[in-house]
Design a protein around this ligand. Structure first.
Ligand SMILES: [Zn+2]
Length: 313
């Protein structure tokens, strides 16, 4: 990447002003390797995460095809975030990206390999449905300052929202307002499933200790009565009560205990962080500094929001 293209990448837009707060870009201090069952295909996949130079950012390496997690490569798919480039697909990237973004792994190569010989599609393992496995792996290996090819450290650019912005689909919305720090407020409403009901969660900051204790461990959830429909669509083949919290409309939670009373809503925040990390480039922060209010959103709406920030829509 030339110096001029690097500077062009951080030109401020009508909505975003990129600032440096003196933080240096980081990478992991060693290699991470984890394998597990994947949620949708039900197959086993292995992920190896390698340290990478400053300025490179995070990217997937699937059969030597490099896919930078960017909204340009998001393919709309139900229930997960899928990246697709040149016919090669990496699915269910959001929980891993959430942990990397929140914990400050700004640069890394994420090698993903299907162990059942998939040709053009692979999926990141689901583990317990949260980001806990990734949080613990990053904590175990530790972080270090990333340097570029010349051995120099690089400042981490931070996107500050400078104008209010909102996107919506039906009654779901994300609205964001300029604010001096990251604040996330998220609501969900499941009137037909009383044990979930209407919940709001507010995160006062996005520092990594708050993330690791309050957001990262929250698991994905599903409604028992909808599981059969999803299976008939060829989804969640690897889903089980070990990889999600399952709630029945009539019987309540089927695999308690919950880790938090509002665990479903916290998981939406986890997903939002993963999906908004798609705004990161060249080792910058992806999540915009703003007050963000989300309501009944999902991965497609989160991607719409990133497109708005990017000036694509
Ligand atoms: Zn999720």
């Amino acid at each position: 990447m030339s110096v001029s293209s690097a500077l062009n990448a951080f030109k401020s837009s009508a909505l975003i002003s990129w600032k440096s707060l003196g933080k240096l870009q980081q990478t992991i201090a060693g290699c991470i390797e984890r394998s597990g069952i994947t949620l949708h295909s039900g197959r086993v996949a292995r992920v190896k995460i390698w340290p990478e130079c400053a300025g490179v950012g995070r990217y997937f390496d699937f059969r030597s095809n490099f896919i930078h997690p960017s909204v340009d490569y998001v393919q709309e798919s139900p229930l997960c975030t899928t990246l697709c480039k040149d016919g090669y697909k990496v699915r269910t990237v959001e929980h891993l990206l959430s942990a990397l973004e929140a914990m400050g792994v700004d640069n890394c190569r994420i090698e993903v390999e299907g162990l059942n010989g998939e040709e053009s599609s692979v999926e990141v393992p689901i583990f317990d449905g949260s980001a806990k496995e990734w949080v613990e792996a990053i904590e175990q290996v530790g972080l270090k300052v990333a340097t570029d090819q010349g051995g120099n450290s690089c400042e981490k650019m931070i996107p500050f929202l400078i104008e209010p912005v909102h996107v919506h689909r039906n009654d779901s919305f994300i609205a964001a307002f300029p604010y001096p720090k990251v604040q996330i407020i998220y609501g969900i409403d499941f009137p037909q499933v009383p044990a979930i009901g209407c919940q709001w969660f507010s995160s006062a900051s996005l520092d990594d200790s708050f993330y690791t204790s309050e957001i990262g461990p929250s698991r994905t959830f599903c409604v028992y009565e909808e599981v059969e429909k999803l299976r008939n669509l060829g989804l969640i083949k690897g889903g089980s009560t070990d990889s999600a919290i399952v709630c029945s409309a009539s019987k309540g939670w089927l695999n308690p205990p919950l880790r938090f009373p509002d665990e479903p809503c916290r998981h939406k925040v986890l997903d939002l962080i993963g999906d908004l990390s798609l705004f990161a480039r060249h080792g910058s922060q992806g999540f915009p500094v703003a007050q963000i209010v989300g309501y009944k959103g999902g991965h497609a709406l989160h991607a719409d929001f990133v497109r708005r920030l990017s000036g694509i829509s």
